[in-house]
Design a protein around this ligand. Structure first.
Ligand code: UTP
Length: 283
């Protein structure tokens, strides 16, 4: 299966940081956010990845490419560990790039990958959503897809007060954690929301989604919304939602970006002192 990672958004929630730097390259401790997403795909057995980029996103391509000068310097200095890590990044997978010339919305970004994807189910992974899980989230979805042979969307329950930040699904349970989607709405108000089950940035999609995106008119924020295309698709195809195991961070927002940095750092032995620092000097 191929994976599509849209990374062409403007990232206005992270301004001023994102004025001239892509949010997907923000560090999560010592790796850029998008590397976590690429590694999730690779750890799920995906080795063909297309990243949708746009203006100012060239550093993403450079990050996954060979850094010849750097490798040479590290070699001369015998810094083997660093050298291996740098090389590993450029060998993670076959990564292809397509450009979204204007950031016209997530649906439009996904559409840019249609020629690369062809006529097969594909994994869609948002470049600014990081999911920490025992089994990679997209692998969990791939397993449910195997069982149901249909499109699958990752969901989790959110607090009612937060429904307007997400795509929200209306559903019927088919087995524990698996739901048949009845309706889907992009960022509804609290009173309009059919449930508190929210879409979380990981999907396995049938290639017919591209033809539904073509028929989708600009929606919320005047953008071509993937949710609106999924709503059209629902009329003709079964789509399932899967409540995955794992913790999701929307690193396109400042609070989740701070949280995931602390969470990952506190798990690493080299930052042991951080816990003490927070306890003694911050709290
Ligand atoms: P967001 O909803 O986070 O949008 O996109 P955004 O425009 O990047 O961010 P804000 O709201 O201005 O802060 C979800 C994912 O879809 C991609 C983003 O890069 C992100 O991975 N995206 C969004 C595109 O690739 N193109 C678009 O036109 C919009």
């Amino acid at each position: 299966m191929k994976a599509v990672i849209p990374a062409a958004g403007l990232g206005t929630r992270l301004l001023p940081m994102t004025k001239n730097s892509p949010k997907e390259m923000l560090p999560i401790v010592d790796k850029p956010a998008i590397q976590y997403v690429v590694e999730e795909a690779v750890n799920s057995g995906i080795d063909d990845i297309v990243i949708v980029t746009g203006r100012g996103k060239e550093v993403i391509e450079n990050h996954f490419d060979v850094a010849y000068e750097l490798e040479k310097v590290l070699e001369e200095r015998n810094e083997e560990e660093k050298l291996n890590e740098i090389r590993r990044i450029s060998q993670l997978a076959d990564i292809f790039y397509v450009r979204q010339r204007l950031p016209l919305g997530l649906g439009h970004a996904v559409y840019m990958a249609r020629k690369h994807v062809g006529n097969e189910y594909f994994a869609l992974m948002l470049g600014d959503d990081i999911i920490l899980a025992r089994k990679p989230c997209i692998k969990q979805l791939m397993e449910i897809h195997e069982k149901y042979g249909a499109s699958i969307i990752a969901v989790q329950k959110v607090e009612r007060k937060d429904v307007s930040k997400y795509g929200i699904v209306d559903y019927e349970e088919v087995e524990k954690g698996v739901y048949r989607i009845v309706d889907i709405v992009e960022k509804p108000s609290r009173s309009e929301a059919p449930s508190n089950m929210a879409v979380m940035g990981r999907y396995i999609l049938h290639p017919s989604i591209f033809s539904f995106i073509e028929k989708t008119k600009p929606g919320k924020n005047n953008e071509i919304q993937l949710t609106d295309a999924l709503k059209l698709m629902l009329k003709e195809h079964e789509i399932y939602a899967y409540e995955f195991e794992g913790k999701r961070f929307d690193v396109g927002g400042k609070l989740d970006w701070l949280k995931i940095n602390i969470e990952i750092a506190l798990k690493r032995k080299e930052f042991e002192e951080l816990r003490k620092f927070i306890k003694d000097e911050i709290l």
